[in-house]
Design a protein around this ligand. Structure first.
Ligand code: K1U
Ligand code: ZN
Length: 169
C-alpha cells in the first residue's frame, strides 16, 4: 500500500471534473486501498480521487467512531435528496479551516463497489454531508465555494503563504 499526496487549495487540479470509472481491475482496487490508507492516516472521514490527482469518479469514506465502516462509492449518483441542514465541514485539501455549509439532510445514492456491483444507500447526518462533500470534489467543487468570496480569498492567501514558507525552509 502507499500514502498518496493530497492536493491543497488553490491547486487548479482540484477543479478537474472526474470521468466515470469503466475498468474494475486490480489497479482500481489498489487505488481504493491506497486512498483508504491515505484517508485514515491524514486523518479524515472521506477522500475523493480528485484530491489525490486521479480524475475518476471514485470516493472512499468512513464516518464511524471506531473507523471500522469503510465505504467505497464508484460513479455515485444522487437519486433523491430531502431537507436541509447546516454542519461544520473541513477538507483535507483546505487544511486548518472548518466552516458551516448548508446541504441536503438526507440523500439516497446509487453507486458501484470496487467489483462493479451496483448498490443503493440512504444516508443522513454526517454520512449524508460527507457523501455530498466528496461528490462535489468529483465535480471540481470545494466547500470553500459555498463561502463568500472574501472568506474564500482570505483562506486562499493564507494557504498560499503557508506553502511559500514551507518551500523556503
Ligand atoms: O474530503 C475531504 O477532504 C475529507 C473531509 C471530509 C468531511 C469532513 C467534514 C464534513 C464533511 C466532509 C475530512 O475528513 S476533514 C477532517 C475531519 O473531518 C476529521 C478528521 C479527524 C477526525 C474526525 C474528522
Ligand atoms: Zn474535501
Amino acid at each position: 500500500m502507499a500514502l498518496l499526496n493530497i492536493l491543497k487549495f488553490p491547486d487548479p487540479r482540484l477543479r478537474t471534473r472526474a470521468e466515470p470509472v469503466t475498468e474494475f481491475d486490480d489497479a482500481l482496487r489498489q487505488l481504493v486501498a491506497d486512498m483508504f490508507e491515505t484517508m485514515y492516516e491524514a486523518p479524515g472521514i472521506g477522500l475523493a480521487a480528485t484530491q489525490v490527482d486521479v480524475h475518476k469518479r471514485l470516493l472512499v469514506m468512513d464516518v464511524s467512531e471506531d473507523k471500522n465502516r469503510p465505504m467505497v462509492l464508484i460513479n455515485p449518483e444522487i437519486l433523491d435528496a430531502e431537507g436541509e441542514e447546516e454542519m461544520d465541514e473541513g477538507c483535507l485539501s483546505v487544511p486548518g479551516y472548518y466552516e458551516t455549509v448548508r446541504r441536503a439532510e438526507k440523500v439516497r445514492v446509487r453507486a458501484l463497489n470496487e467489483h462493479g456491483e451496483s448498490f443503493e444507500i440512504e444516508a443522513d447526518g454526517l454520512e449524508a454531508v460527507c457523501i455530498q462533500h466528496e461528490m462535489d470534489h468529483l465535480e471540481g467543487k470545494l466547500f470553500v465555494d459555498y463561502l463568500s468570496s472574501l472568506k474564500r480569498d482570505r483562506i486562499r492567501k493564507k494557504l498560499e503563504k503557508q506553502k511559500k514558507q514551507a518551500v523556503a525552509i
